[in-house]
Write a protein that binds this ligand. Structure first.
Ligand code: DOR
Length: 439
């Protein structure tokens, strides 16, 4: 038992804004007070920011079967270090997570590990083969929070329509990796003059836009087919948005009132396709890094709320896999441990993106998408919280990652705003080693 801790003079920031200093007493799993009190330990938290715990709607933790890349212990520890209290794991494992017993086993194991909390997504189709639906009801009862065939694309529109309908009747959102397989083909980078010059197979932005347009049409169709006496609105979540055109389609759909949400990854907000000139697979990701115009549009979409949240798409691979040539190396960038300081530095410090909005997109935004209650910085509320040090500037050093994937496209970038402590229901799951919490 860690006992109570008092954070003296800590700055509270949440979706409502910068709420200024408070003396926050944490104990019994809750925020006990915002105006001080008796505690076993006191921390002078002047200059530090306290916010609700981060929630990642999209991470690849690779269990079961791909533990050589990552496992629950390393993945959830990486998450806690990144300030995350909650993580949704993707089901594109070996075998895919398509059975309620596997969902239950993952949750049990994650509880024993006791780092960030795990909320598994389960496959939408059996074996993620895109043909037969999984058992939405049983998966939900076992603890799955979302259905998705992420990692793969849903090529059969009829299966997706049926999947959205069944998932809706059990209150589950469906998320999609929105890329048209035919247009994407073997593309390893954004298609355009640069991919032509480099002689590399391209993945056009039309692959994403065409698939988003189709999937939005499927949502309209599912809504129209509902009968008045059995209304269960489908919820479509579009993963890792990468293009301005895709964003435009989602913005229109939201204006129309369609039940659609989306996320963006830290890489699509900070890196562009020119990085691929290096031919370094560290920049290889699906969907690919796009143009500066896409990046600017995504930042605008994140600002105006067309994009609901940040999803890391943390995608660990082994060093040996990632060190192959660009054609052979797998897609994916690990980012749980850098996502917040990266966007704090690149969006807030360098571009003046509002801090409270940025924090909302890491906290309430993803919880809303998944149907979780927000965490309030108020007396009596759950102490699943993140403490940030806005002044701690240091370079990204992948060798020090808790994740097994010790590579990063941001290696050497000097960032501020690092998480220094993370609590899950009042339990300290991460304390930065340089950060002494005295008695
Ligand atoms: O870059 C990616 N990596 N995109 C995906 O959709 C899958 C992911 C992975 O599983 O490695």
């Amino acid at each position: 038992m860690q006992g109570e801790i008092l954070l003296k003079n800590v700055r509270l920031v949440d979706a409502s804004g910068d709420r200024g200093p408070a003396d926050v007493l944490i104990g019994e799993g809750k925020i006990l007070a915002l105006d001080g009190g008796n505690a076993q330990r006191t921390l002078d938290a002047s200059g530090l920011i306290l916010c609700p715990g981060f929630f990642d709607p999209h991470a690849h933790l690779r269990e079961p079967g791909q533990e050589v890349k990552e496992d629950l212990e390393t993945g959830l520890t990486a998450a806690a270090r990144g300030g995350y209290t909650d993580v949704v794991s993707m089901p594109n494992t070996t075998p895919p997570v398509d059975h309620p017993e596997v969902v239950a086993a993952l949750i049990k194991k994650a509880r024993q590990i006791g780092q960030a909390r795990l909320h598994p997504a389960a496959a939408l189709t059996q074996g993620q083969e895109g043909k037969l639906l999984t058992e939405a009801k049983l998966l939900k009862e076992a603890g799955a929070v979302m259905l998705t065939d992420d990692g793969k694309t849903n090529e059969d529109a009829g299966v997706l329509a049926l999947g959205l309908t069944y998932a809706a009747s059990w209150g589950l959102p469906v998320s999609v990796h929105a890329e048209d397989a035919g247009l994407r083909r073997g593309g390893v980078m954004n298609e355009g003059p640069l991919s032509f010059r480099l002689g590399l197979p391209g993945n056009p932005s039309a692959a994403e836009a065409a698939r988003i347009a189709r999937d939005l049409e499927i949502v309209r169709y599912v809504l129209e087919r509902q009968t008045q006496d059995a209304r269960h609105d489908p919820r479509l979540h579009i993963q890792h948005l990468s293009t301005a055109r895709g964003l435009q389609l989602i913005r229109q759909a939201k204006a129309e009132g369609l039940p659609v949400t989306t996320e963006v990854g830290p890489h699509h907000l900070t890196l562009t396709h020119e990085r691929l000139e290096s031919l370094d697979p560290v920049y290889k990701v699906a969907p690919p890094l796009r143009t500066q115009a896409d990046l600017e549009a995504l930042i605008q979409g994140l600002l105006d709320g067309s994009i609901d949240c940040i999803g890391t798409d943390h995608a660990p691979h082994t060093q040996a896999e990632k060190e192959q040539d660009l054609i052979r190396a797998p897609f994916g960038i690990p980012s749980l441990e850098v996502a917040f300081p990266l966007l704090y530095t690149e969006l807030y410090l360098k571009r003046g993106f509002p801090l409270a909005t940025l924090i909302e997109r890491f906290t309430d935004g993803p919880r809303r998408v998944l149907g979780f209650r927000p965490i309030h910085l108020e007396e009596g509320h759950e102490a699943s919280l993140t403490l940030l040090d806005p002044k701690s500037e240091r370079a990204v050093d992948p060798a020090g990652f808790a994740s097994k994937a010790k590579f990063s496209p941001w290696a050497g970038w000097r960032l501020s705003g690092w998480p220094v402590m993370t609590w899950v229901e009042g339990r300290e799951v991460f304390v930065h080693p340089s950060f002494a919490v005295g008695a």
